[in-house]
Ligand binder design. Structure first.
Ligand code: ASP
Length: 332
């Protein structure tokens, strides 16, 4: 029988009702008590790492989860991390950079409804997560509503329904139906994982709106070591008559800040070269674009890279080098 470590971090799945709404209170043993079937599938040991609504999860918690996996790696065949859904896609992306090439499955799951609700997705998701941790591929994945999504490709796209997550610009890896696993894509993994334990969390994200004031760009470019700008369509910066955006970004780039352009459109990614509003930036400034990467992955990847180097050429090389299928677009 496979031996799986369950790392609990909180989320709706473990929540009880309080006068102000749901808050995580159940421990992993209590969660497993609702699903006796899991004890027939594998041997489970539990680690209650946090008990947080994932709104409160920060990069230090990503490092904590990665450290827990590292400390326990040799003793288990796979890992199930129960986690709130709200920021699960960020945690999945971050773990994909902090634990690379794992031959053992590292599975995140959670639920839209607490485990004690009559109508809950908790039982299915947790059972499927353990099945995948026993029989699935290595690497970091989200298992949710019968689908297995690459950790770097997930995004929460429904705030209430059971189908909470989508795989962005990449197919699902597998599906689970009535305890059967259909593995469409096998993730590539190495003999042994490579662990990282450093992030530069001084990374900011700016979502443009029509009329965004250039002072905001100037402030964020000053404040952060890495700035990701979610612009419109395939990407670009406003060229308003009063100007200023281009100069703000040029100033930041000249100071050695890393600027990454991406898009707020959910699918198909960026291509700055299509329009003058993007092409002019791309051809004159040393900046990066996220192409088909998710914003969640771009944020986590930039924190991971800036934890190692701030040299533009090295940042560029690492940013465009695929990790766990996070980017397919290849830069020659
Ligand atoms: N607010 C909750 C959380 O992210 C939502 C959930 O788990 O579904 O922790």
């Amino acid at each position: 029988m496979k031996k799986i470590l369950m790392i609990a971090t909180g989320g709706t799945i473990a929540s009880e009702m309080t006068p102000d709404g749901l808050a995580p209170e159940l421990n992993p043993q209590q969660l497993l008590g609702f699903i006796p079937r899991i004890a027939e599938l594998c041997r489970v040991e539990c680690l209650q790492l946090y008990s947080l609504d994932s709104t409160n999860i920060q990069p230090k918690h990503w490092l904590g989860i990665a450290a827990a996996i590292r400390e326990n790696y040799d003793a288990y065949d796979g890992f199930v991390i129960s986690h709130g859904t709200d920021t699960m896609a960020y945690t999945a992306a971050a773990l994909s950079y902090l634990v690379q090439g794992s031959p053992k499955p590292i599975v995140l799951t959670g639920a839209q409804k607490p485990i004690w609700f009559d109508s809950t997705d908790s039982k299915r998701n947790l059972t499927d997560a353990f099945i995948y941790a026993c029989r699935g591929c290595g690497g970091v994945q989200i298992v949710f509503n019968g689908r297995v999504i690459q950790g770097t490709r997930a995004r929460k796209t429904y705030s209430k329904s059971f189908q909470a997550f989508s795989s962005v610009n990449y197919p699902d890896l597998a599906v689970l139906q009535d305890e059967h696993l259909l593995q469409y894509i096998r993730s590539e993994c190495s003999e042994a994982p490579v662990f990282y334990d450093k992030l530069n969390t001084n990374v900011g994200l700016l979502k443009l709106i029509p009329g965004t004031q250039k002072e905001l760009v100037e402030f964020m470019a000053r404040r952060y070591d890495g700035l990701i700008i979610e612009s419109f369509g395939v990407g670009g910066l406003p060229e308003y008559e009063h100007g200023g955006f281009y100069d703000a970004i040029r100033g930041a780039v000249e100071q050695g800040k890393i600027v990454v352009m991406t898009t707020q459109v959910p699918n198909e990614g960026s291509d700055l070269t299509v329009y003058h509003v993007g092409g002019h930036l791309k051809s004159t400034l040393k900046l990066l674009e996220a192409y088909d990467m998710t914003t969640e992955a771009a944020v986590a990847k930039l924190m991971w890279i800036l934890g190692q180097t701030c040299d533009f050429n090295e940042v560029e090389r690492l940013f465009y080098a695929p990790v766990a299928k996070d980017i397919l677009y290849s830069v020659e």
